[in-house]
Design a protein around this ligand. Structure first.
Ligand code: SAH
Length: 242
């Protein structure tokens, strides 16, 4: 009989921010296939005899190709194992979780999904920046900044993003923050728009940097901001806590 795969979101960094369902699944797993960005403390919750396979990706570093990750999940489930695929934040927010779901489904493996708190929403909140605020913004947009505006692999409409008055959250955007912020200003977004970067949200070493759209890239360079970090652009990034 085949086992199953459960896609589990670990939350944004603090081990306490996994869901109760996610923790139960981790404790019950025969095999845990884990990313490197997940809170390490949570893996101590695994059974003593559970097999832990680290496949994570570090930006521009060592990684396991997605096809191989899919195979690992299918192979272990085929052997009857209860497999947890453990990913940072939410599995479906720039996590390739649904590719894994599809690969398992194609092999006849049952899949479950346990959501995680995504850093796209909570990253700002953990640093005191709300993603929406009544009377300030009626929505938010989350985009990936892993390729710069103008790159042929980038299919975002930057003029549209610049014109929107919604909170804009940029994930994987540390490297190309200068190009992204320049493109938004060129597209008409006010360079005085409040901007913030939250590095390592939810972790003891969390850092918050506040600036403006026009100056945040330089400020982030000076502060030596490194991934993982989310950038939040919009009025919410400048709201006082008191
Ligand atoms: N599935 C994840 C996102 C994966 S993409 C989620 O839902 O949170 C990786 C990007 O997520 C990083 O480049 C960064 O932009 C963001 N990220 C993940 N963890 C973070 C953290 N603790 N603090 C700030 N940003 C984080």
């Amino acid at each position: 009989m085949s086992g199953r795969v459960i896609l589990v979101g670990a939350g944004p960094g603090d081990p306490d921010l996994v869901t109760v369902a996610g923790l139960k699944a981790l404790r019950a797993a025969d095999v845990i296939v884990t990313d490197r960005l997940v809170p390490k403390g949570l893996l101590e919750e695994a059974r003593g005899d559970a097999e832990i396979i680290e496949v994570g990706k570090v930006p521009r570093g060592e990684f396991t190709p997605q096809e191989r990750i899919n195979e690992i999940l299918v192979e272990h489930a085929m052997r009857g194992k209860n497999v947890v695929r453990f990913k940072g934040g939410d599995p479906f927010v720039f996590g390739r979780g649904f590719e894994e779901w599809q690969a398992c489904a194609a092999a006849g493996i049952p899949v479950d999904y346990i959501p995680g708190i995504s850093s796209s929403i909570a990253g700002g909140g953990l640093a005191g920046i709300p993603i929406t605020h009544r009377g300030v913004t009626q929505g938010y947009i989350v985009v990936s900044g892993h390729v710069p505006p103008g790159d042929e692999r980038c299919d975002l409409d930057w003029d549209h993003l610049a014109a929107s008055r919604l909170s804009l959250v940029i994930m994987m955007g540390v490297k190309y923050l200068p190009q992204i912020t320049q493109r938004l200003v060129a597209g008409g977004r006010d360079s005085q728009t409040p901007a913030a970067v939250v590095e390592n949200a939810g972790l003891p070493q969390m850092r918050l940097l506040r600036s403006t759209l026009g100056e945040i890239a330089e400020a982030a360079r000076e502060a030596d901001i490194r991934p993982p970090a989310v950038t939040i652009l919009g009025e919410v990034a400048g709201l006082p806590v008191e």
